[in-house]
Design a binder for this molecule. Structure first.
Ligand SMILES: [Zn+2]
Length: 263
C-alpha cells in the first residue's frame, strides 16, 4: 500500500495524479482540484459538474480546459447519473451513452473518458494491466455500505477472468475521518451490515466519526487486491478548501471530477 501521489499543473490546470499509474503510457488519469477555471461566485473555480448554482456554459468551458490539459479533448465523455447506488455498467462498443445511471463503470474500449463527480465522496480508479481494463467507482457512505467497490471489481474479475491481486487501485481525495460525523441511524446501518466497520468508528466527545477510506481499504483487502497496488491520496476534502469542493463545508457547491481513460 502506498500513498505516493503528485499535484501536477498543465496549462494552469491543477490536478492530482497517482505515481504508480504513471508508468502505463496508455493510461491517462486525474483527480481534479477546484483551482483556476472560469466559474464565478460562489465557486470562482474549476466546477466540472452541472448544478443550479453555475451556468452550463461555465461547466462546458471548465471541462474543455480540464480535458485539453490532459490531452483527452477528443475522447468521448462518459458522465453517469450517480445515485449513491451499488449499480455498475460496462461500456462496450455499442452501449448507448446517454443517460447511463451507475456508480461504477468499466471498459476495455479506448478513447472513452470514464468519469465520476464528487464533493466529499470518494472517487476510485481501477486498472488491470494484463487485459487492459479500466474502471472507476463513486463511493459515499451509501456506496461504501452497499460495497459498490466490491461489486464492480467482482464484475470485472468474473467477466474477464482476471485476478484481483493484479488490479491497480487509486483512491482519490474524499472526506476523511477528521471531518466525517455520522448520526446514530447511519451508525446502526454500518454495525448491522458491515461487521468490520467497528474498527472504522471513533467517538469524539458526543460525536461519532466514520473512516470511509479505511472501510474502502478493508473491502479491497477482502478481495485480496495486493497491498502494494492500492494507492490513496489521503487528503481531506473538508479540511482543504484551497483544493477541493466540500458539500459538508459549503452545502450546494461545485463538483470535482476524477477520470481514467485509455488511449
Ligand atoms: Zn478533515
Amino acid at each position: 500500500m502506498t500513498g505516493s501521489y503528485k499535484l501536477l499543473e498543465k496549462n494552469n490546470i491543477h490536478y492530482f495524479s497517482i505515481t504508480q499509474f504513471e508508468k502505463f503510457p496508455t493510461i491517462i488519469h486525474a483527480f481534479s482540484t477546484k483551482r483556476t477555471g472560469v466559474s464565478n461566485l460562489p465557486f470562482e473555480a474549476l466546477n466540472l459538474g452541472y448544478c443550479n448554482q453555475d451556468s452550463r456554459e461555465n461547466v462546458i468551458a471548465n471541462r474543455n480546459l480540464f480535458f485539453t490539459a490532459l490531452s483527452v479533448e477528443n475522447f468521448k465523455l462518459i458522465s453517469p447519473v450517480q445515485q449513491h447506488s451499488d449499480s455498475f455498467c460496462e461500456i462496450e462498443e455499442n452501449t448507448p451513452l446517454d443517460n447511463i445511471t451507475a456508480d461504477g463503470l468499466f471498459t476495455l474500449q479506448k478513447e472513452f473518458i470514464l468519469s465520476i463527480q464528487t464533493a466529499d465522496c470518494f472517487p476510485i480508479i481501477i486498472y488491470e494491466p494484463s487485459a487492459e481494463i479500466i474502471g472507476i467507482v463513486h463511493a459515499g457512505w451509501k456506496g461504501v455500505l452497499n460495497e459498490i467497490i466490491i461489486k464492480t471489481i467482482t464484475a470485472i474479475t468474473d467477466k474477464y477472468n482476471v485476478k484481483p491481486k493484479n488490479l491497480m487501485i487509486g483512491i482519490g481525495p474524499g472526506i476523511q475521518q477528521c471531518c466525517y460525523e455520522i448520526k446514530e441511524d447511519v451508525l446502526e446501518l454500518f454495525e448491522k451490515q458491515l461487521p468490520y466497520a467497528k474498527k472504522c468508528i471513533r467517538y469524539e466527545y458526543n460525536k461519532i466519526k466514520l473512516d470511509l477510506l479505511h472501510l474502502l481499504l478493508f473491502q479491497l483487502w477482502s478481495l485480496r487486491v495486493s497491498h502494494n497496488t492500492i494507492n490513496y491520496i489521503k487528503l481531506c476534502t473538508h479540511c482543504n478548501s484551497r483544493y477541493f469542493f466540500s458539500f459538508r463545508r459549503e452545502g450546494p457547491t461545485g463538483r470535482l471530477m476524477s477520470i481514467i481513460c485509455k488511449r
